[in-house]
Write a protein that binds this ligand. Sequence first.
Ligand SMILES: [Zn+2]
Length: 471
Amino acid sequence: MAKIGLEVHVQLNTATKLFCGCRNEPNPKPNVNVCPTCLGLPGSKPRINEKAIELGYRIAFITNSKISHKMFFSRKSYFYPDMSKNFQITQYEIPLAIGGYFDVEVKGKRKRVRLIRVHLEEDPARLVHVGGGITTAKYVLADYNRSGVPLCEIVTEPDFKTAEEVVAFMKKLLSYLQHIQVFDVKKGKWRADVNVSVPGGNRSEIKNVGSIKDMEKSIRFEIMRQTHLVKFGKKVDMETRTFDSETGKTYTLRSKEEEIDYGYIFEPDLTSFEMSKDYFKKLDDSLPELPEEIEKRFRKDYGLNHEQASILTYADPALAGFFEKCAKTYNDHKKLANWLIVEVLGFLNSVNKEFYETSMPLRKKQFIKFLELMDSGKMTGRIGKELIGKFIASEDNPEKLLEKEGFSVIKDELKVRRIVKETVSEFPKAVSDYKSGKEKAVHFIVGAVLKKTRLQVDPETVKKMVVEEID
Ligand SMILES: [Zn+2]
């Protein structure tokens, strides 16, 4: 069995950076959100962002961690263009919190993931590799907009055994971080270093994996690579690797450095200080409803089953809120849940998109209208399924879309009967099959009618008509 541990870095949702007043927000223009402090110019001094501390503590709260009331920062020395002052301000000796845990559900079973620590640190600058990948670029540009953005690092014990467990953990963690408003998926990024080892080999660290899909692929690849080496008696080196999502493989970056190599010292420009009991009480009181509670409530209030409620709660940060807002005006909650899960998420999955990335979170009324068109018989379920992708992508209102696509339900019963009659006469083999007891043969003719009418008829009515026609 493999052993997998994570170091997850999450950009905190603050207005300004961790140690200066520069804006914490992405900007397509490089090096605009900068000042002497986050550029690391000599003589500049850091000052701490109170909001970042609060958000860090919130994470400590939801991960059941033992909180340090004392706030203390250290310098981690390293020499690289993304950190121009040659050290990163981080927490080492006294992290924000230690010894927490986070429970996840994998294949219906609860699994506890132990956390080693939760701490704050500054994000380095972003390096842009020009003319090649991370190991082949012609030259590298540095964008200091990211330098000094507050990060919260969550370090787990190597408690995961499979990629599947890691995926479940990340999905739930990200969902929690968004619910407690420390992470804004539209603005902030997260990335993780993934440590993987198999029995008989050394641990390798895959650096800076930035999506759940890449995480899953890189872990599967790494387990396969290491297992293969061990099996053939070769050595698995202790090293830092990088994942290339194009090839789906990991590559050696450098041999792994040890914590001792970083020469940590206390940060002399920031004083240590202590938070009061009152501060923590207020913080605890301000935490919103957590996803686990939302999931329970969805089952109770809307009659959903466990699977439906969990998908709506955890599949996408914007989904639970969207469902709940729709459920206030649309009363068939099971149908609402079903369409969101099966059709909407099904479509998004097929085009590799997330719900929050679409315009859907803002189109509550239009989506309800979409469902109502089916309820009133103006659109068949089949057409609904056919159109859902276009509806999500187009931003059109559903009635306009229906018109534009030339789909409207054929109300003229005589017309439908005529098409049925014509189709039945075209398939004598299916008719004789049906007559000789093969009832399924009728579906074949129904399918042909649906095709001819571009799905603009109700399949059940057509089936009835076909049977009547044959008999
Ligand atoms: Zn700055």
